[in-house]
Design a protein around this ligand. Structure first.
Ligand SMILES: C[S@@+](CC[C@H](N)C(=O)[O-])C[C@H]1O[C@@H](n2cnc3c(N)ncnc32)[C@H](O)[C@@H]1O
Length: 223
């Protein structure tokens, strides 16, 4: 059970969101039956609105799973835009490849089949949008790379940052086995809220979503 929002509010919001058509609808239905890890419906709506405004040309995603969010985000790319998405788990990689093929997006979405911790230091940006949706314990490690890879005026979206509300609880109220993740995620949230390069907010929706805008650097005045 999530402590982030009342169940009746979540249900109300989700019921308002129209069913997706085509491959996205197919994956959503499959996810219900097989418990596939895909973003929650309200987070999909948030991403759709943000990307409609941002109009990205280059997107980086960390955590492809079966490709649902990559396919969703591809709908908001500028012409000749591209998505690079990273996935380390072979079963997910196979399912994602199949879905990208079905959606005819193989030329637009490139999946890197490795651990993001290994891949991120080797990537070159800049990206207009980065969507972080992988192992929560690694967000802290990913963050400096994401800031480096993000364009000025770019947007970082991180999902699952409240982990069913557990992150907002006192560490003494959290089972011992979850204290490491609790500490790491709190450090991540502190960093995004205090990093001078970012304007950030934490939204209590879905499993908790963090939004970070990379500030536009002011020209240095040498007079
Ligand atoms: C919540 S799912 C992603 C869901 C996907 N973004 C969507 O909404 O369609 C998280 C995925 O991240 C992958 N993952 C977790 N940590 C990773 C890492 N360090 N590098 C690459 N993939 C990772 C997992 O294998 C899993 O498939």
């Amino acid at each position: 059970m999530s402590e982030i929002n009342y169940d009746y509010i979540n249900t109300f919001i989700r019921d308002m969101i129209p069913e997706k058509e085509g491959i996205l609808g197919e994956i959503e239905r499959e996810a219900m039956v097989s418990d596939l890890p895909i973003i929650q419906k309200e987070v999909a709506s948030l991403i759709s609105v943000l990307l409609s405004i941002k109009k990205p040309k280059k997107i980086l995603e960390i955590g492809t799973a079966v490709g649902y969010s990559s396919i969703l985000m591809s709908n908001y790319l500028q012409p000749q835009g591209e998505i690079i998405t990273i996935e380390r788990y072979d079963i997910m990689q196979r399912a994602a490849k199949e879905n990208f093929k079905k959606a005819n997006l193989e030329n637009i979405i490139t999946m890197i089949e490795k651990d993001a911790e290994e891949v991120l230091p080797t990537l070159e940006g800049p990206f207009d949008v980065i969507f972080m949706d992988a192992a929560k314990g690694q967000y802290n490690t990913f963050l400096p790379h994401c800031i480096r890879l993000l364009k000025d005026d770019g947007l970082l979206i991180a999902d699952n940052v409240l982990h069913k509300g557990m992150i907002a609880r006192s560490r003494y109220d959290v089972p011992r086995r979850q204290r490491t993740i609790h500490k790491r995620m709190r450090n991540f949230l502190w960093e995004i809220m205090h990093n001078p390069q970012l304007d950030s907010c934490i939204l209590p929706m879905g499993d908790g979503v963090a939004l970070c805008h990379k500030k536009i650097r002011k020209e240095e005045n040498n007079d």
